[in-house]
Design a protein around this ligand. Structure first.
Ligand SMILES: *[C@@H]1O[C@H](CO)[C@@H](O)[C@H](O)[C@H]1NC(C)=O
Ligand SMILES: *[C@@H]1O[C@H](CO)[C@@H](O)[C@H](O)[C@H]1NC(C)=O
Length: 374
């Protein structure tokens, strides 16, 4: 009897401890979700494989647009997260510089708080719906998801505070490469029925619509990168079928036109949209210099990929889960510009992130300025 009543009392005490711990935690969460630090800026990410942190792990697609298998992810995470890199991406480093935690993919299951932002990017995505249609989350769909987050923020928090998070946030875009790559990698008649400048106009037109939608939700601070020289990626050097392995010049023609139109677009938006601020990173020049002078940047290889097979390891087989199963991977990805046939190594992502943050190769603001101005 004696022991039973003791254990009963112990139970009551335990229950009380639980009750108070639990209720004070709840209290803490509710209080904590209210005041954020004054200079807090969230980070929202849109675009393609250059920024996709794993959204494509959760959609119905093929391994062409996925990287959730070994040896992707071997360097930092030590497991394949879905990022098209041996480790982290530009956006992971930028979040770190901005003192934010790692920004999760929107489709990752589980509960999300969006105070710090979220990542909508999808490998293979373009600004046009036709681009790799059915295998990717196109830009329009990414914006639709963003609108859901807007609703959540404004309903969950006090409306004014949700609005403040959106207006202080930084919105990073990497989009367009796949709209042009798909011209060379697929046989879609739509894609081929336009002149270069007409086609670029469609891409820029659709990008403009998306930017304006984010602006209408309160977004003011935008980061962009221009299109990299993908015609010189190991994959397109090989696809071009040139015996000397030269860059695929036709890609360059589209990218140049796109990059010029992008400069003009951002200048126009700055005039049209009150409070619109932006940073434009010259990805092309920065990457080209590293590909041409790897030694100068402490790298050893600027043309051949670390992971893949064939000439320049330009056959897109890294991991052996796509059409071609053979692949080799180099021992030290840090010495390479390209991780696989189309994507960069973590060490390159890190260097580019430093440049975007500090403002070298940027026109207008640096990302640091965008994060730190209110
Ligand atoms: C995924 O796509 C394949 C091929 O298009 C289709 O057969 C399958 O039903 C789809 N699965 C889901 C869950 O949507
Ligand atoms: C967006 O792209 C579609 C093709 O996907 C095109 O029909 C439409 O005109 C484009 N929109 C703009 C504003 O350029």
């Amino acid at each position: 009897m004696e022991t039973q009543s003791t254990s009963h009392e112990q139970l009551v005490v335990l229950f009380l401890i639980f009750f108070f711990t639990f209720s004070s935690t709840r209290c803490f969460i509710e209080v904590e979700s209210h005041p954020l630090p004054e200079n807090h800026a969230a980070f929202f990410i849109f675009g393609d494989s250059f920024l996709d942190a794993g959204n494509n792990n959760y959609i119905n697609t093929t391994t062409l647009d996925q990287a959730n298998f070994w040896p992707y992810g071997q360097t930092h995470f030590r497991y394949p997260t879905g990022r098209f890199s041996d480790g982290r991406l530009v956006s992971d480093f930028i979040a770190e510089f901005a003192k934010l935690p790692l920004i999760p993919p929107f489709l990752q299951p589980g509960f999300h708080q969006y105070h710090n932002g979220v990542n909508f990017a999808s490998a293979g995505a373009g600004a046009l719906s036709e681009t790799f249609h059915g295998s990717v989350i196109e830009l329009k769909a990414q914006i639709k998801y963003f609108k859901e987050v807007e609703t959540w923020l404004k309903r969950k928090l006090w409306k004014a505070e949700g609005g403040l998070i959106l207006s202080k946030a930084v919105y990073l875009f990497s989009i367009g490469t796949n709209d042009y790559m798909s011209l060379f990698l697929t046989k879609s008649p739509f894609l081929k029925s336009h002149s270069i400048s007409e086609y670029v106009e469609l891409v820029i037109g659709n990008l403009t619509t998306s930017i304006k939608q984010v602006y209408d939700s309160g977004g003011r601070k935008f980061g962009f990168m221009n299109l990299p020289p993908m015609g010189c990626s190991p994959g397109l050097r090989v696809a071009g079928g040139d015996a000397d392995g030269r860059c695929l010049e036709e890609f360059g023609a589209y990218a140049n036109e796109h990059n010029q139109r992008l400069v003009k677009l951002l200048q126009d938006l700055e005039k049209q949209l009150k409070g619109f601020k932006y940073s434009l990173y010259d990805f092309t020049s920065s990457l080209r210099q590293r590909m041409e002078n790897p030694l100068k940047y402490g790298l050893k290889e600027g043309r051949e990929a670390c992971c893949g097979t064939g000439r320049f390891r330009g056959v897109f087989s890294c991991g052996g889960r796509r059409r071609v199963k053979e692949f080799e991977a180099c021992r030290n990805p840090n010495e390479y510009v390209f991780w696989d046939s189309y994507h960069l190594t973590e060490s390159l992502h890190k260097e580019l992130a430093h440049e975007m943050w500090s403002g070298s190769f940027n026109s207008h603001s640096s990302l640091k300025d965008l994060f730190q101005t209110t």
